[in-house]
Design a protein around this ligand. Structure first.
Ligand code: RIB
Ligand code: CA
Length: 317
């Protein structure tokens, strides 16, 4: 059993990642911390709480609100054209009585890392702001966390905010730079692989046909939210009846790293230049300060296996 915290800006793809993690028999979700991004940190917390209720996972999952802006204090408005007014494709999920814990996300991460004594895996599906703040408070954190798996960045493919930058790194490049250089045992799951993995209308109709009865509420939600997400992909990428798989891939890889192939690289993130903001700096070539620490960058995944595993969980397989 892998014990994970998901640090999310709970939008549509984050929500699928969260539901998968709550359903998988191999994962125990120790908590969800939230960050600004697809919506505000408060809306992300509310979405996460409602998703936990929807999952009926059978155990308590604390939710903690995190950063509302980047380390530099920049507030960015939510991309409503992608994730809808409420971050989850305008789907109205039933309310829950659960409330976010009254503590800072970075304190929760540090506390759990101590409690779990080297067993904690942190999966980040949004900006790295909460983790950077945790690192500033507890510089020994890289030795206390088993692994960090982050959806973010692009190396050999173009970005989705600028030609050079992916949204999670672009949103707080200084936090990303700090985390990438900190010495975590880290896997980066970026656009190089997430834009080669697709959910299609076929998966949605199979999900509808084969999902276990107990998972029906989650399947119904995913149908609606993913249709909204398909709409965005159709408008911006000209993709018909499908979408990229960003955040769920990070959770799948945290659960089973054999889904991917990796290249070890010494990385940083550009945060000084406006033009190249959020670009990954690699191999010492573009790096202003050389770091010798390397992170594992996912360069290839087996998309069919990843998608089978993702939807297999809801079929009760
Ligand atoms: O670039 C894709 C990432 O940005 C995903 O995590 C998506 O949810 C948004 O946060
Ligand atoms: Ca996300």
């Amino acid at each position: 059993m892998r014990r994970i915290i998901i640090d999310a800006d709970t939008g549509i793809d984050d929500s699928i990642a969260i539901l998968y993690a709550l359903t998988s028999e191999n994962l125990h979700v120790e908590g969800i911390t939230t960050c600004f991004g697809n919506s505000g940190a408060g809306q992300s917390a509310e979405n996460s709480i409602r998703l936990i209720k929807l999952s009926a996972c059978g155990y308590d999952v604390p939710v903690v609100m995190g950063a509302e802006c980047s380390l530099e204090g920049e507030y960015q408005s939510a991309p409503k054209h992608i994730h809808g007014e409420n971050g989850i494709g305008n789907v109205e999920l039933p309310e829950s009585e659960q409330k976010p814990l009254d503590m800072a996300a970075e304190d929760f991460i540090i506390k759990k890392a101590d409690e779990l004594d080297g067993e904690l895996i942190l999966v980040t599906t949004g900006r790295l702001t909460n983790l950077a703040k945790a690192l500033m408070k507890e510089p020994k954190l890289p030795c206390k966390i088993k692994k960090v798996v982050s959806m973010g960045g692009c190396l050999d493919t173009h970005g989705n905010v600028t030609p050079y930058a992916e949204a999670n790194i672009y949103g707080d490049p200084r936090a990303a730079d700090m985390v990438l250089r900190a010495g975590f045992n880290m896997i980066l799951v970026g656009l190089d692989v997430t834009t080669k993995t697709f959910i299609t209308a076929k998966e949605l109709s199979d999900l509808d046909a084969y999902c276990a009865e107990k998972n029906r509420p989650m399947a119904d939600y995913m149908q609606k939210a993913l249709k909204h997400y398909f709409g965005f992909h159709s408008l911006t990428e000209g993709m018909t009846g499908c979408c990229f798989v960003h955040d769920p891939l990070a959770v799948l890889i945290a659960e089973d790293a054999s889904l991917g192939e990796y290249k070890m690289l010494s990385l940083g993130a550009e945060y000084k230049s406006e033009d190249f903001r959020g670009m990954l700096l690699r191999d010492g070539r573009y790096q202003s300060t050389i770091t010798h620490h390397e992170v594992a960058v996912c360069t290839r995944v087996d998309p069919a296996r990843a998608i089978r595993r993702l939807f297999g969980a809801f079929q009760g397989k």
